[in-house]
Design a protein around this ligand. Structure first.
Ligand code: NAP
Ligand code: ZN
Length: 357
């Protein structure tokens, strides 16, 4: 199961102030981003403390997004999951009384691992954990988190008794330490809020890095007639050197609406970076061959940079263009590896493009 933590924090890392009133850390643009992420998940989980403090409804707000879910055969909003704790929650709580999604309250203080097992039995494949402090810390300490989405609010709280984003300092040991740097997959300003998306890596096998490129492709601004692709460049020891995703804005690379994942990842290092000569580039889609829309294709960028090894998740279907990138790269002496088992995930991210005729 993919576990995504999502929260907003003050610049000094607090989830709330110590007052009983609900504090708005985020802004409308970021709330809308969170709504889109909710719509892509199978379940949204919070702890009893959040229900007691904020009484959230945990529904997809946008009618359009709800309709799109229903068209895919899903319920309009994801399953709502509450970890009830010793104290339980008020029977009048909005998650129990406001209609729009099914709610499961898991009683007591279950281990996060047991929670995931229970949700897996219910068919949950993508879980969004929205807080609060104790629950975020519990999932991180158990090393069950694949992704962190953080909205930083432009103010400080500076109150030692306010809830911190990851529980009390010193109360938990997190495996996401400096020795396991996460991948900064995306970062952008939404009005006065800075949004950052981090991917947690669990190793450096080809499969793990390819899985991460598929996750990275979820950062692509969606458009109707172009694929969403992620690319990661890694050193032989698995160190991530660069990342890119389709339509990622990059200073100096021209109109971002046409940017390709691989060319962005290479451009961040520059073709002359000597580390490219021993690196592997992972891509969720076959690197493109020459086509009218791009002056230089991604396969040509890979050859020009001297990257000796390419691992790809999926061959491009002959839908938007006929691609022979993998063949061209092999013919030029590049090792091209195509592990199995990623087509469904790439297809899911690109379902809108693929459903067009
Ligand atoms: N800024 C944001 O994005 C955001 C998001 C969510 C929440 N918040 C804020 O966070 C604060 C609430 O945080 P919180 O730490 O008090 O509450 P929490 O993390 O939502 O819930 C913690 C409670 O859940 C129960 N629980 C059950 N299983 C657990 C487990 N395995 N690990 C930990 N807890 C478990 C416990 O209840 P018992 O004590 O009854 O056993 C525990 O006290 C509020 O101020 C809220 O506004 C902010
Ligand atoms: Zn390309």
């Amino acid at each position: 199961m993919h576990v995504l933590l999502s929260f907003a924090a003050s610049l000094d890392g607090f989830l709330d102030d110590a007052s009983p009133n609900r504090l708005l850390l985020s802004n409308p643009a970021d709330f809308d981003r969170v709504d889109a992420v909710r719509a892509e998940c199978d379940a949204i989980l919070v702890g009893a403390g959040t229900v007691r403090a904020d009484d959230p409804r945990l529904l997809v707000r946008s009618a359009e997004r709800r309709a799109a879910r229903v068209a895919r055969g899903l319920p309009p909003s994801p399953l709502r999951v509450v970890l009830g704790g010793a104290g339980g929650i008020d029977p009048g709580a909005a998650v129990l009384t406001v209609p729009g999604a099914e709610t499961v309250v898991i009683e007591g203080r279950p281990e996060p691992r047991a929670v995931l097992a229970e949700l897996e039995r219910r068919g949950v494949r993508r879980l969004m954990v929205e807080g609060g402090s104790a629950v975020l810390a519990a999932f991180l300490a158990a090393d069950l988190v694949d992704e962190i989405q953080l909205a930083s609010a432009p103010f400080l709280i500076g109150d030692a008794v306010a809830p911190r984003a990851f529980g009390l300092p010193g109360a938990a040991v997190f495996p996401q330490s400096p020795s396991r740097r996460m991948i900064l997959a995306e970062s952008r300003a939404l009005g006065d809020v800075q949004y950052s998306r981090y991917l947690v890596r669990r190793g450096h096998s080809d499969e793990e890095l390819l899985r991460l490129t598929v996750e990275l492709s979820r950062s692509c601004p969606p458009v109707l007639r172009a694929y969403s692709v992620g690319a990661i460049i890694a050193a032989p020891d698995g160190t991530v050197l660069s990342t890119g995703y389709s339509r990622e804005p990059l200073y100096g690379l021209g109109d971002p609406s046409a940017n390709h994942a691989e060319e962005v990842a290479i451009a961040k290092l520059g073709h002359d970076d000597p580390r490219l000569r021993t690196a592997t580039i992972y891509s969720s889609l076959e690197p493109c061959s020459p086509r009218a829309s791009r002056p230089v294709s991604c396969s040509d960028h890979i050859l020009a940079a001297g990257i000796p090894r390419v691992v790809l998740a999926w061959r491009e279907p002959a839908l938007l263009a006929v691609c022979d990138g993998a063949e061209r790269l092999r013919a030029a002496g590049v090792e091209v590896v195509e592990p199995e088992g990623f087509a469904a995930a790439v297809g899911e991210v690109n379902r809108v493009v693929l459903s067009q005729d």
